[in-house]
Structures are given as C-alpha cells and as structure tokens.
Design a protein around this ligand. Sequence first.
Ligand SMILES: [Zn+2]
Length: 342
Amino acid sequence: MTGTMCTRCVLPHAPPDILLDAEGVCNICRNYEAEERMGALEDPLLETDFLKILDKHRGKQEYDCLCMLSGGKDSTAALYYVKQKYKLNPLVFTFNQGFVPDEHLDSARKTVDKLGVDWVYFETPFMKDMFRKIVQTRSKVVICGICSLWYMLKTYEIAAQFNVPIIISGWTKGQTTGSSRSVLSKCACDQNPEEFKAMSAATREFMDKHVRTDPKYRDFPYNMQDVMQIAKTQYKSKAVVLSPHWFVPGGPDEYVPVIKEKLGWDYPERSYPKKSTNCDLNFVASKLAVKNFGYSHYHIEMSNMIRLGVVTREEALEHLRMDYGDEVLGDILAKLDSRGMA
Ligand SMILES: [Zn+2]
C-alpha cells in the first residue's frame, strides 16, 4: 500500500479522482499547494469568530447549545471548553444505534456527571436493518456516511425540541475543509472535493436501490443537504452546527492533556482509528472502504489534518494502521447477523 501512497498525505493512487504525479504527490496536495502559493486559501477561522456566534445566542433559551458527545477526546474536549471556558449552558446529546461500546458510553456518562450538565441519551435499533443490508448486498456505500445522515437528523430534531440555537460537535479540523465561508454559512458538508466523489456515488446508488425502495426507510434523508432541508421545514430548526476545534489553533496534543487532568478522561481500549472513540462499525466500514476505494473517510480526514499541520504523516499512518484481526470483524458481523460476509 505504501508504494502507491502520496508521499505527503496518506491518500493512495485511486484514479480517476486521486492521481499521484511523477514525484509521488497527489493532486489534492498539489491543489492545496497551488492555492497556498497564490494566497487563495481562506483565512483561518478565529476564536473571536466563534465567540461572536456564541454571544449572539447566549442566554436566550434554557440551553445555549446542544453538545454532541460520543465520549471520545474531540467531543469531550468540545463540551469541556463550551462549559468551562465559554461559560455556556449546554444540553448534552449522545446517540447509540446499537454499536457504541459500553466503555465509550461510560466515558460520556462520567464527563456529564463531572460537569453537572443535563444529558439526553438516545438508543434505537432503527438503523440495524440498513447496516445489515449494506454488508449483505456488498454495497460500496460507507456505513459511517449513511449513519451520519441518521444521527445528524436526530440531532436537529432534539435541538428543535429544546429550542437550542447552536449544535456543538467535536469535529476536527480534518473534518471540514477549514473554509471559513462554508462553516459560517451553516454547512461544512457543502463541498464535493475529489476525494469524496467515489464514496458519494456509492451512497447515491445505495439510496436509490435499497433505501428509497424500502418502506421502513422511505423517508430517510438522501444526503446532508436533505437533512438540513428536513430540519428547516419539518422541525423548524435554525440551529447552526459548529465545532470549537475549527476556531482554535492546535489539535489533540493541546486538549487531550486538559481533559485527562480535569475530567479524568482516557483513551478507550478498543477503537478504530487508534486513539479515537468511534462505534464498532468503524472496524467494518474502514476495512470495506479500503477494499472498495483504496482508502477510507479517515484517510481523507487525516490527510486534511496533515496539510493543515495538525498531525504528522507518521502519526496519521500509526492511527490508521489496521492491525485488528478477523476476530474483531467476526464479532461485529455476528451482531449484524451477517457473519462471514465482509
Ligand atoms: Zn497527498
């Protein structure tokens, strides 16, 4: 794999969207380099931009914001800063589609207790049939992409229910393009970069073939634009989605020591990528994505973070290493009643 990987980021040669040149550098890195040279990169977001938005909404409702909390380092730090540094009154929201390990939920519960904040915990088997269908039809759709449509819609629904004007996520700098214009105009997903094209096509195909035709999922959102449309028209939610990590310099090296000290937080024993806190389906989703596309959504995120200088290429490669065996995959597939499928 390393032989055909970009020498600067962690994306592979994957025509027609990702191409390595004679020097082994991918077109995404080359485009970034060209924009940087021309001064065409947008100014980075500033903490004052974040504060401006918070101050506009502060104190007007029972809760100032809805904090999405998985129990992982990024969402835990986001909640910690929102409560302790920016002095907001957050409502915390944790969802579980049946594949979130107990140790992640225990971590979330511990943080909520320590900070003394209100918490909505939502668990449902609603998505299980869809996850099973993805595995059994051998669709190339990335499970996490479909799941994010479901949980974002749910998050907007809860935000609307409690009249919350801001949704706070723990998304990293690598999970947005870092473009201030798109973030501040409400949607950080409103891009279609080259490296997402193949995955997006697989999502559309799966939606048309297996979701829209299934009575259980007939009303399931088609893409993130659709999620926002439903939020606006059906739920009457005007909530903006922001992550504090987009507005402050530095990355996990800065905030992990803080939450370890202040909240007694620690890394979970089992998660993919390493040093993350993601649901068990990530083991399957990432493995299938690499098989189908040559890279996963985490390769995209890590590559963004390398370009932004938040992680080194060596750190990214270590986090992405897939050294888990068939045993882990077997466990998860058994839970989907699909053993032996992937
Ligand atoms: Zn690259």
